[in-house]
Design a binder for this molecule. Structure first.
Ligand SMILES: [Zn+2]
Ligand SMILES: [Zn+2]
Ligand SMILES: [Zn+2]
Length: 322
């Protein structure tokens, strides 16, 4: 009977080769706190509007309160995603870390926004075709409250592009936080509709132009739809493991080509969360470069986690070893 090999703990080489299972999601982001704060602000506004709506019998206030509930849900989803991805940062059931929780949340949020905007488009067209009597004063108050809350929310959320590590200036497109972007898009969409409502109502008030309100709402809807589409494209790309950015790819190629005995056979780079990437590569070496050297070089790349490399030794080429 042949002897059993030692376990990965008994073997020193195997022990040294253990991968750190950190995918860069373990630290608390400032954005998490901000998203929670904005969710609370939205919930308070929602409650205030619903109560005021019931007490005063204002349908406009009540409707906006219900609308705010939708926002609280979207913003709450963003806050929850930050929390869950941090909490499960080292959960081994998630093969490549918890980073994509945020992208899943942002995708869902964008989808909900897109669908609700389709309804807004339908409603605007309907009101353009069959103008109804507006209650400008009441609706104006609601629009101004909404605008104030949304501007405060944007102020709270924005400027949160944080740097998790000091590094030289490089292309920062790969750092985009889609979760934060989804939350911001929701609020920006609302600012747009609030401004549209205020302008439309003022026009109805001053000149009796009842068509302007639904017309601006229609234009605003198309802009929001575009934002949702952009967000859906970005997040679905991450969820479907679309090939990563050139910055990471070039960095990997550069590291592998440092060894001039190396032929690169295969390279896949993809996202494992906000500003975090992983790769799988296969090389053929015509010299003495060891797997450990390749791995150490790849591990030196910033924002790249858990790279896997297959090293093959060529025995066919004329210049191959032995
Ligand atoms: Zn591993
Ligand atoms: Zn960076
Ligand atoms: Zn060869």
């Amino acid at each position: 009977m042949s002897k059993q090999p030692p376990s990965s703990l008994e073997c020193q080489t195997a022990d040294q080769l253990q991968y750190p299972h950190d995918f860069g999601q373990g630290h608390k982001r400032k954005a998490e706190q901000r998203a929670t704060l904005v969710t609370l602000l939205t919930l308070i506004t929602m409650l205030a509007e619903v109560i005021a709506g019931i007490v005063t019998g204002s349908m406009a206030l009540l409707a906006d309160g219900i609308h705010m509930a939708g926002h609280a849900m979207a913003l709450g989803l963003a806050a929850l995603a930050y929390y869950l991805s941090r909490r499960h940062a080292h959960d081994r059931r998630l093969s490549l870390g918890s980073g994509k929780i945020a992208d899943l949340a942002a995708y869902t949020s964008a989808l909900l926004l897109g669908v609700s905007t389709l309804w807004l488009i339908y409603e605007s067209i309907h009101r353009l075709l069959t103008p109804t009597e507006l209650m400008p004063q009441e609706a104006m108050i609601v629009a101004i409250i909404g605008l104030a809350v949304n501007l405060l929310s944007i102020w709270l959320l924005s400027g949160q592009h944080e740097h998790h590590h000091g590094h030289s200036e490089h292309a920062h497109e790969h750092h985009e936080d889609s979760n934060l972007r989804a939350a911001l898009v929701h609020i920006m969409a609302d600012v747009l509709t609030s401004v549209a409502a205020i302008a439309g109502l003022a026009a109805a008030w001053l000149w009796g132009w009842t068509w302007l309100d639904p017309a601006i709402a229609l234009v605003a809807s198309l802009i929001i739809l575009r934002w949702s589409w952009g967000l859906l494209r970005q997040t679905s790309g991450v969820l479907l493991d679309r090939e990563g950015p050139d910055t990471i790819r070039h960095a990997a190629l550069e590291q592998l080509r440092k060894h001039d005995d190396t032929t690169i056979v295969d390279l896949h780079v993809w996202s494992v969360g906000q500003g975090a990437w992983t790769l799988v590569a296969a090389v053929v070496t015509h010299g003495n470069t060891t797997p450990e050297e390749y791995r150490a070089d790849l591990c030196a790349i910033e924002d790249l986690y858990h790279p896997i490399i297959e090293v093959n030794y060529c025995r066919n080429c004329a210049h191959a070893v032995d």
